[in-house]
Ligand binder design. Structure first.
Ligand code: ADP
Length: 392
């Protein structure tokens, strides 16, 4: 059986500044976990703690029965059997590919071993090249081969695809995930890129303010985020104020069926809620298409961002004209142009959270500024991390 990696109650600080503030994280042996967090949230520190490059103040880091660090004693990095792939690959520019891969190995570890590793990462035949003679994606795969050379139990990836261009990134991500899965290596990837986390990992843990605030499968995380803030971090989010009646939320866009089980612990009927409608949950009906049977919400397209495969419309719904426009995702080709009148329907079920005490005046803190409580009229959009200039 492959050992689980476990962090419990981990605290770490630089000088006086706490960075990890009671991190609990369980990574099943052989699984692929992504830790998603904004820049500066402590992701690199978390990996350095696991690798043994930073000591912890309190808590425990262990792999199976082996304690790596408990705040008093620490196991040296080279005894942890951990492969580390840093952000930029950090290859030695003056060493050929084969020497880079063999660097951490004892002398005469065997050319066969290096050749087998390069074969595994799809770089057979490039042994004699220097790093500058490789593409960015190839360099990342050399860095991965070097991390795998010590036959690690755990591989740590620190935003390893950030420097690759978009076209290459998707395929390198796919290949790297496949190589690690095939080998059954326990993997922890840290990233600020929600697409990367959601597309590569079996589980995604979210690091915020030095703690893990959510930890679940990617689909569940996106569908039912723990709060409005996380909803915005994971993608575009239309946030509406509403009230709850049974399994339904009454909102300015009509009555929307809620996801199963989310209101079980709520204060009761009539409770105020913040309701999440993802842009892709809207269906858009133009005059050229049939009219929805239950009627739709009349709206006008005011803006369109075209991405090829899809497009995001900004749409003003009648009755919500004094609010921020709604974001609506549609198929790219044929997307309605600005000025088009449309009808909107919502594909339920939707996610919702209890609205904080209206008397408290603070409803959602998405952009860093607190939004005012406005009873049932509130409509705000959480912005994607890209808009918030979150970068590594
Ligand atoms: P992330 O990888 O999520 O961007 P880091 O773990 O690199 O975050 O950093 C977390 C916080 O700790 C940041 O505020 C950063 O400035 C600070 N920090 C990181 N490394 C050091 C260090 N060696 N000394 C002091 N502060 C540091």
């Amino acid at each position: 059986m492959v050992n689980a990696l476990e962090l419990s109650g981990v605290h770490q600080r630089y000088a006086r500044e706490p960075v990890l503030d009671g991190v609990d994280l369980q990574v099943e042996g052989g699984s692929f976990t992504a830790v998603l967090g904004a820049s500066g949230s402590g992701k690199t520190t978390l990996l350095r703690v696991i690798a043994g490059f930073e000591r912890i103040e309190s808590g425990v880091v262990r792999l199976g029965a082996t304690v790596f660090d408990d705040g008093r004693t620490t196991l040296r990095p080279e005894r942890r059997r951990i492969g580390y792939v840093p952000q930029d690959g950090a290859l030695f520019p003056h060493l050929r590919v084969s020497a880079n891969v063999a660097f951490g190995l004892r002398r005469k570890a065997g050319r066969h071993h290096v050749a087998a590793l390069l074969d595994a990462v799809g770089l057979a035949g490039l042994e004699r090249r220097y790093p500058h003679q490789l593409s960015g994606g190839q360099q990342q795969r050399v860095a991965l081969a070097r991390a795998l050379a010590i036959e690690p139990e755990v591989v740590l990836l620190d935003e390893p695809f950030a420097s690759l261009d978009a076209a290459m990134r998707a395929s390198v991500r796919r290949e790297v995930a496949q190589i690690l899965r095939d080998r059954g290596t326990t993997t922890v990837l840290v990233t600020h890129d929600q697409d990367e986390a959601l597309s590569m990992a079996d589980r995604v843990a979210v690091l915020r303010d030095g703690r893990i605030v959510a930890d679940s499968g990617p689909e569940e995380l996106y569908r039912s985020p723990v709060d409005a803030n996380l909803a915005g971090f994971l993608g575009e989010a239309n946030l509406l104020a509403g009230t709850i009646e049974g399994g339904v939320a009454a909102t300015p866009l009509g009555r929307l069926v809620l996801q199963d089980g989310i209101v079980a612990s709520w204060p009761g009927p009539g409770a105020a809620a913040v309701v999440l409608v993802r842009p892709e949950q809207f269906e858009v009906w133009t005059t050229l298409t049939a009219v929805p049977s239950g009627g739709g919400i009349p709206a006008r397209v005011i803006d369109r961002a075209f991405f090829g495969h899809d497009a995001v419309l900004r749409v003003v719904a009648t009755g919500l004209a004094d609010r921020e426009p709604l974001l609506v995702r549609v198929t790219g080709p044929g997307a309605p142009a600005p000025g088009t009148d449309v009808l909107l329907t919502v594909r339920a079920p939707v996610m919702a959270w209890p609205a904080p005490d209206p008397a408290g005046a603070v409803v959602i803190d998405i952009d860093g500024d607190a939004a005012d409580a406005e009873g049932t009229h509130l409509t705000r959009q959480a912005r994607r991390p890209a808009d918030q200039e979150i970068s590594s």
